[in-house]
Design a protein around this ligand. Sequence first.
Ligand SMILES: Cc1cc2nc3c(=O)[nH]c(=O)nc-3n(C[C@H](O)[C@H](O)[C@H](O)COP(=O)(O)OP(=O)(O)OC[C@H]3O[C@@H](n4cnc5c(N)ncnc54)[C@H](O)[C@@H]3O)c2cc1C
Length: 416
Amino acid sequence: MKKKYSIFSIAKNALSSHQEWPKMWRSPEPREFYDVIIIGGGGHGLGTAYYLAKEFGLKNIAVIEKGWLGGGNTGRNTTIIRSNYLWDDSAHLYEHSLKLWENLSNDLNYNVMFSQRGVMNLAHNEHDIKEIKRRISANNLNGIDSLWLSKEEIQQKVPIMNTDNLRYPVLGASFQPRGGVARHDAVAWGFAMRADEMGVDIIQNCEAHQIKTKNGKIEGVETSKGFIRANKVGVVASGHTGVLAETAGVRLPLQSKPLQALVSEPIKPIIDTVVMSSAVHAYVSQSDKGELVIGAGTDSYNSFTQRGGFDVIEDTIRAMVELYPVFGKMKMLRQWGGIVDICPDASPIISKCDIDGLFFNCGWGTGGFKATPGSANVFAHTIAKNQPHHINAAFSLDRFVSGKLVDEHGAAAVAH
Ligand SMILES: Cc1cc2nc3c(=O)[nH]c(=O)nc-3n(C[C@H](O)[C@H](O)[C@H](O)COP(=O)(O)OP(=O)(O)OC[C@H]3O[C@@H](n4cnc5c(N)ncnc54)[C@H](O)[C@@H]3O)c2cc1C
C-alpha cells in the first residue's frame, strides 16, 4: 500500500493516537538471488535502489545494510548542501543533485525538510579571496548561483560574527543562495519507503563479508545471513568500501578517516544561513530545534573508530569561539564521528570496474550528503546500462590510470 502523507492522513491518524500508521518498509529475509544487490543502506545506496526501480524498471533488488538504515554517515553528517564546486565535471554532478533536492520532498511524498537558507564560504586571506572569486566565476559560467559578499555584507547577514579581531580575519565570502540543509534521516527513510513500495528488499542487520567473483564476473555476496547470488553488485559503503573492495581483489585509491561533528544545547534562532570556513575547519548552521550543528575537520590518520581525536574538537571549538564570541559559554550536547572515504583528488568514484557486474560509489569524503539524490540517480544509470551517465563519466576509476583527476581540494567541505 502506498503510504501517502497529507494533511488528511495526519488528521485521521491523530484520532487513533498515531498507532495505526503502516510500517514504512518491510523486513524481508534475503532471497537466494537478486538482479542487483546494493551493499550499504545509507542515502546513496537506498537512493540507487529507488532510481533503479523507478527509472529502469528493475524490481528484483536488495539493499543489504549491516546495521540500521542511515546509521552510517547519512545519519551523522551536518547536512550542508551546495553545488559551488570549481571544475565543470563536479559542478554538473553537484548541480544535478541540487536540482533533484529541490523537488525531492514532492518526488518521495515525504518531507526531507530541504531548507534553502544559503551557504557561505569564508575567505580569511589573500589566497582564499583569489581562490573563492575564481570559483564564483567558474560557478557562474556553469549557471550556478554564486556571488561574492563583502565583509560588510557578511556582517549584515550574520551580525554575531567577529570579522576583525581574530587570528584569521574574515575578508569576504562566497554565497550560494540555493544551498542549505536537509533532514538526514528523512532522506534515508523517504528513499527506503518508496523503494520498498516498488518491491526492493531492504535487509537490515545483514553484513556483507565477502564479494564473490568467478572468472572475472560477479557471483554474489557472502553475508551474515548466508550467501546471496546476484548478477550485479553495487558497493556504497562509504568508509568501509575499500575493505569490501579488497574482498573481491580490487584495490581502491581510498583513505578512511574519522570526521566529527557536534551539536549544542538548543537556543533561540540566531543564525539563519550556513557558514563554512575551510581555513579554520569549522562550519555551522542552526537546526529547526535550535541546536547549533557544528562540523569539524578530519583526523590526520586513517581509522575506523567512529569517534575521532579530541584535538580536532578543541581546534574546532577554538575557531568557533573566535568567530562567534557569543557562543563562548554555550554547552555542547553531543559529539560523534563518522568514517569518510577520501580519494587523492577529493572527488568521488562512481564507476564500474574490471570485474563484470561489480560497481562502486564511494570516495565522497567529507561532502557526499549534498550529492545523495544526484549520485544515486547516475549510479543507478551506470548499473542498469553498464556504462556511466554522461554526468558521472569523469568520476570513473580510469582517472587514476589516465591521470585525468578532478582536483576539488579547494571546494571540498574541509581541507583534507
Ligand atoms: C561528521 C560528518 C559531517 C559531514 N558533513 C557533511 C555535510 O555537511 N555535507 C555533505 O554533503 N556531506 C557531509 N558529510 C559526508 C556525508 O555524510 C557522506 O559523504 C554521505 O552521507 C555518504 O552517504 P553514503 O550513503 O554513501 O554512506 P553511509 O550513509 O555511510 O552509508 C553506507 C552504509 O554502508 C553500511 N555498511 C558498511 N559496511 C557494510 C558491510 N560490510 N555490509 C553491509 N553494510 C555495510 C554502513 O553501515 C552504512 O549504513 C559528513 C560526514 C560526517 C561523518
